[in-house]
Design a protein. Structure first.
Length: 279
């Protein structure tokens, strides 16, 4: 039976093979084909009267085809058992990738950490993650530490349980541990509470979190699990929780509100680890 592919959004500013290889690893683990999509958009503009300029000027359609074929060759060499294909599609990158996400089991986007291109890729990732019909993984161009845990950040969304399932499966596949983090803003009355009352609230919340992950612990008994409740600024603590992490997994609400979207933008722009946004 045919399976919906893992779709990789290609971008020439990403000079590493991290995203295609991450997708290939996942394809090998799940028996899922990988399809590379290169959104190709060129337009002609006039810069200060100097005449027509083609943007982006670094890529022709032939270059785009060559880029895709080179990525296919890399996957074919490292993951010969994974079915891989690719295409160059004319149009807006966001529109193309969101449309392809309708038939995808997972969307993977890449980017280099610490360069100008990464800012553009991450901005694209925000748009895609906010509108995609499947889960989206952003893979930066650095190799995660072999023993780094998978971090699952629970955000009280309707996708928390799916985020846990994805995180546990990743931790089991890579023989690593999992850290479940629930970062909450401190209520206005927090400072007025006695220490014993505050500790009681934290313990009750940790008990609730342990109950929420009990079924996943039973399904993946080989995965060592820890639970942390962090009271403070939510985005800042989720970013800190991904230092170091093999993967940071967050659940996205079915209907993303302004507050959640702004949090997602900050996470995608600042978190140092690969991020999976579960939709």
């Amino acid at each position: 039976m045919d399976r919906s592919p893992i779709v990789v959004g290609c971008d020439p500013s990403d000079r590493s093979d991290a995203a295609p290889l991450w997708a290939a690893d996942e394809g090998a683990r799940t028996g899922t084909p990988v399809h590379l999509v290169y959104p190709f958009e060129q337009f002609v503009t006039d810069l200060d009267g100097v005449g027509p300029v083609v943007v982006p000027e670094y890529a022709s359609r032939a270059d785009a085809q060559a880029y895709v074929q080179a990525a296919i060759a890399v996957i074919g060499k490292t993951h010969p058992d994974v079915a891989v294909s690719g295409s160059v599609v004319d149009g807006s990158a966001t529109d193309i990738l969101v449309d392809r996400s309708r038939q995808a089991s997972l969307m993977v986007l890449g980017g280099q950490e610490g360069d100008v291109g990464s800012l553009l890729v991450r901005s694209l990732s925000v748009d895609v993650a906010a509108n995609a019909y499947c889960s989206v993984v952003l893979v930066l161009g650095q190799e995660p530490l072999a023993d780094a845990p998978v971090v699952v950040a629970l955000t009280d969304s309707d996708r928390d349980d799916q985020a846990l399932g994805f995180g546990f499966a990743q931790a089991a596949a890579h023989s690593t541990s999992i850290r479940v983090v629930h970062a909450r803003k401190k209520p206005l009355s927090w400072r007025k509470r006695r220490t014993s009352e505050a500790e009681e609230q934290v313990n009750a919340e940790k008990a609730r979190l342990n109950e929420a992950i009990a079924a996943w612990r039973e399904k993946y008994p080989q995965v060592s699990t820890s639970v942390d409740l962090v009271m403070g600024k939510r985005v800042a603590d989720l970013v800190e929780a991904s230092r170091p992490a093999r993967l940071l997994v967050v659940g996205a609400n079915t209907e993303v509100g302004l507050h959640e979207l702004l949090q997602g933008i900050q996470l995608l722009r600042h978190a140092p680890s690969p991020i999976a946004v579960i939709r």
